[in-house]
Design a binder for this molecule. Structure first.
Ligand code: SAM
Length: 293
């Protein structure tokens, strides 16, 4: 894994620029986010965009050039907000140390790979749009990238910023109690990429756990062994780690093919995986035909 661009032991700093700073009250006061903040691994600052507007009404939006519905966030307050955060001008910025993100439905999709990258960055500034969006010059002159959290239109960038922060915080080295859990989950790395040196072996998960290698996670079960007539698959209580590992891999392949076949193009597949998938496709096709009848 790439080494961090943060100075050793320093917290990752998130700066959120928004017209609704109170939106974030409480969001990071639970679970892993709260623990990371308390442990000094992450800092989150909210900045009210209206503080950077200079007229009597603290205006941050205006009508769109060319006509049309709604209002657009003006570039000057956003530029002043970013500059107040000690962020270098875009041309001089090292985006691996400091990065400015514009939340936008038109952006590239935020993925686990992007979260992994951000978790190695020193400062992440998140600009939340509202109304019809943000003057495009903010994107050109201030932002390193436009990110979308999915193919739908939200009323503002605040939920997107919260999603990005949450997904990133849990990937900061040391934040999760068990370091391995972020690796052995959906969109995680492959077994080969996770190969650890022997001295690490005690902290490693049992051989029954398999790296996702870009697939969705396998199904999980806990007690009771039987719930409303549905029993836990027998293989999971058999104690044979190799069988469990294979079973989990096959269920992950099955679920990915069913729910997110697009991920299979990029996934790290073995010959055994491919053979299993080839056997699955006709069955899956039949099941879908039956579902649609
Ligand atoms: N006119 C814009 C469009 O059609 O792409 C939508 C503007 S939206 C109502 C207002 C703000 O919400 C955007 O500027 C952006 O910051 C945020 N937003 C909306 N959808 C988003 C998404 N899928 N991901 C991230 N941010 C989003």
């Amino acid at each position: 894994m790439k080494s961090s661009n943060r100075l050793e032991g320093m917290a990752i700093r998130f700066d959120i620029v928004t017209i609704f700073p109170d939106f974030f009250t409480g969001i990071f006061e639970h679970g892993i986010g709260r623990r990371a903040i308390q442990a000094g691994q992450a800092e989150i600052f909210r900045h009210d965009l209206r503080r950077f507007a200079h007229d009597r009404h603290r205006t941050v939006d205006d009508r769109p050039f060319g006509g049309g519905e709604g209002m657009v966030l003006k570039p000057e307050p956003l530029a002043e907000a970013v500059e107040s955060l000690g962020v270098l001008p875009k041309a001089e910025r090292d985006p691996e140390r400091q990065t400015v993100i514009l939340l936008s439905a038109q952006g590239r999709k935020f993925t686990q790979a992007v979260a992994r990258e951000l978790a190695q960055t020193g400062q992440v500034v998140l600009l939340c749009g509202r109304y019809e969006g943000v003057d495009e010059r903010v994107n050109e002159l201030l932002a390193d990238r436009e990110l979308s959290i999915g193919d739908y239109v939200l009323s503002g960038g605040e939920l997107g910023a919260a999603v990005i922060i949450d997904a990133t915080i849990r990937l900061i080295p040391g934040v999760l109690g068990n370091e391995a859990s972020s690796e052995f989950e959906s969109f995680g790395l492959s077994d080969q990429a996770l190969e650890r040196p022997r001295e690490d072996a005690k902290q490693s998960p049992p051989r029954s756990t398999c790296g996702a290698g870009g697939l969705l996670d396998y199904p999980h079960y806990t007690r009771p062994a039987e719930f409303r007539g549905v029993t836990v698959p027998e293989v999971l209580s058999g104690g044979n780690h190799e069988q469990i590992r294979r079973w989990r891999r096959e269920r992950a392949l099955e679920k990915t093919l069913r729910n997110r076949p697009d991920l299979l193009w990029q996934a790290e597949l073995t010959d055994a995986d491919r053979k299993f998938l080839r056997g699955l496709e006709p069955r899956l096709g039949r099941a879908e035909e039956e579902d649609s009848v």
